[in-house]
Design a protein around this ligand. Sequence first.
Ligand SMILES: Nc1ncnc2c1ncn2[C@@H]1O[C@H](COP(=O)(O)OP(=O)(O)OP(=O)(O)O)[C@@H](O)[C@H]1O
Ligand SMILES: [Mg+2]
Length: 241
Amino acid sequence: MELNAAIETRSLNKRFGGVVAADNVNFKVLSGELRCMIGPNGAGKSTLFAMLCGLESADSGQIFVFGQDVTRTQAFKRVRLGVGLTFQTNRAFHDLSVRENLTIPRASAKQENMEVGQARLAFALDAFGLDPNDQTKAGELPHNQLQWLEMAMILVGYPNLILLDEPTAGMAPEETQQTAKVLKHLNSTGLTTVVVEHDMAFVKDIAQTVTVLHQGQVFAEGSVAEITAHENVRKIYLGRA
Ligand SMILES: Nc1ncnc2c1ncn2[C@@H]1O[C@H](COP(=O)(O)OP(=O)(O)OP(=O)(O)O)[C@@H](O)[C@H]1O
Ligand SMILES: [Mg+2]
């Protein structure tokens, strides 16, 4: 077990009936990294995230978070280890106000991260133009603000590690750029970040290292330049864009 790994999976496998969603996945992200994950539809990106945070169980293999074996640890206990996740479909409570959405996750806040956690949250709320006392129902927010609200909701828990599943889906280019700016800043404060995205301009803007998943396997890994120049990655993924 590498000491400075935020995430490490060993030979992770997951099937849904005949579908292989994870095929011997060895995936490692170092503490403090900003990693992007790309891959065709159905590659297994969301399933890997679900296994990392404990919403899906692995059929076999192991998952370590900050050095702890969490393979059989329930999702809420992983939250206490500092794992935050946003979903591909927005999970903010539409019938609750912005304020309420930002209050509920507070119960899981990691007290040892309070100072840096509060600063990260304050930065994000400000950059996203969200007022933590706003009584507007979340369902009435424009799409981009709803996406941003969900990102802010994970920060309320003062996580050490955030997993973002297509956070800029449906955003206008300038909103995507604003999201990139915020994620880069949060990462600069030491927040380990893994982002699944299809938007290659966004990936090029933020990524340090890119992992390509394909058919449940880690297909390639490298810098943005290496990945975009990778002939087989072009064939399976980039070529279609
Ligand atoms: N709960 C489930 N039950 C059955 N099959 C599932 C389930 N979740 C995912 N799958 C299947 O597992 C495979 C991987 O799906 P996953 O959602 O992880 O892909 P993805 O890389 O996130 O794709 P996308 O880019 O479309 O979001 C797909 O074939 C999908 O249909
Ligand atoms: Mg997905």
